[in-house]
Design a protein around this ligand. Structure first.
Ligand code: NAX
Length: 325
């Protein structure tokens, strides 16, 4: 059996956190031979609920769960963390403007970035799930100057998985057979789900669906899927969000299959003419615990417009939090 690794989860008593804890302890994220120590962070008023999560984790008697830490101190939660899933965030309140939301989240992600800087493993892999995820990741990254900026990523894997599901339904293919989906840009309604390279069993899928469906049904359905879930369930996506967060880290840590890629929001290198530094979702290939952006894909006029629109939103978000960077 390997040595345990430390996995920090913030917002661990929330909807997504509650799912993550059990799936990770069961080995779904890092494999059936990798013991884990869960280091759970919550705000002080939620420590009681977090204690309940810890009790249930113990009661589940997971063979891979080496230890559990529950705390309201980020310095403790991130101590020696090998992975950090930043889920807890400030939700948008009534009448709150985007700039206010970004500023409120800056108060969370700045200090958490500093705590990661000071206490986490130098190789910590950080995934920001809490919204606005891309810019929260940028804030945390800016507060962690001693860590490699590439260690900070944000989640668009749920959007990627949603896009696979929609295309599978349309084409009659199984979602697991579809490769080379792309989500470009921000985890928001400006994201651009791109099926131009999608294939199943070696066959391109874009040519088989009509452009009207792609542009007027598929793209808005993926962009608005979060709102549709809220309408149907009366609560936002939780199990699918946790599952996609697990997919994101598993791909990053253990690699992507040959001939496929995944969508990850990562610091832009300037690839595809996107502003360097912003946390932008790209197609990525992972190997040996590293990711690289898939470069050289053709960009047509429609894609250029969509990729630029979502980039513009991320630049605006960065502008709104400039004082924190
Ligand atoms: P919940 O409100 O159920 O849980 C959030 C938890 O975070 C709460 O228990 C709260 O006490 C805790 N928290 C708040 N501030 C904290 C802080 N400073 N430190 C530690 N914990 C803190 O929300 P949930 O449904 O779990 O969603 C969490 C976040 O994920 C939200 O920001 C949500 O918008 C975002 N999402 C992001 C998605 C993505 O694809 N990137 C999809 C799903 C989800 O909507």
């Amino acid at each position: 059996m390997k040595q345990p690794v430390r996995v920090a989860i913030t917002g661990a008593a929330g909807q997504i956190g509650y799912q993550l804890c059990f799936r990770i302890a069961a080995g779904d994220m890092l494999g059936p031979d990798q013991p884990v120590v869960l280091q759970l962070l919550e705000i002080t008023p939620a420590l009681g609920a977090l204690e309940g999560v810890v009790m249930e984790l113990k009661d589940a008697a997971f063979p891979l769960l080496a230890d559990v830490v529950a705390t309201d101190d980020a310095n403790v939660a991130f101590k020696d963390a090998d992975y950090a899933l930043l889920v807890g965030a400030k939700p948008r309140g009534p009448g709150m403007e985007r700039a206010d939301l970004l500023a409120e989240n800056g108060k969370i992600f700045g200090p958490q970035g500093r705590a990661l800087n000071d206490h986490a493993s130098r190789d910590v892999k950080v995934l920001v799930v809490g919204n606005p995820a891309n810019t929260n990741a940028l804030i945390a990254q800016a507060a962690a100057p001693d860590l490699d900026p590439r260690n900070f990523t944000a989640m668009t894997r749920l959007d990627h998985n949603r896009a696979l599901a929609q295309l599978a339904e349309k084409t009659g293919r199984h979602h697991a057979s579809i490769k080379k989906m792309i989500i470009w840009g921000n985890h928001s309604s400006t994201q651009y789900p791109d099926i131009r390279f999608a294939e199943s069993e070696g066959e391109g899928l874009a040519a088989g669906v009509d452009t009207g469906w792609y542009r007027d049904s598929f793209i808005p359905a993926v962009q608005q899927r979060g709102a549709a879930i809220i309408k149907a369930r009366g609560a936002s996506s939780a199990a699918s969000a946790a599952s996609s967060a697990i997919d994101h880290i598993r791909s990053w840590a253990l690699g992507t299959p040959d001939g496929d890629w995944v969508s990850m929001a990562v610091p832009s290198t300037g690839a595809y003419g996107i502003e360097p530094g912003i946390i932008y979702s790209y197609p990525c290939v992972c190997e040996g615990g590293n990711y690289r952006i898939v470069e050289g894909l053709d960009v047509d006029e429609f894609s250029r417009e969509r990729m630029d629109a979502t980039e513009a939103e991320l630049r605006e978000e960065r502008e709104a939090v400039a004082s924190l960077l």
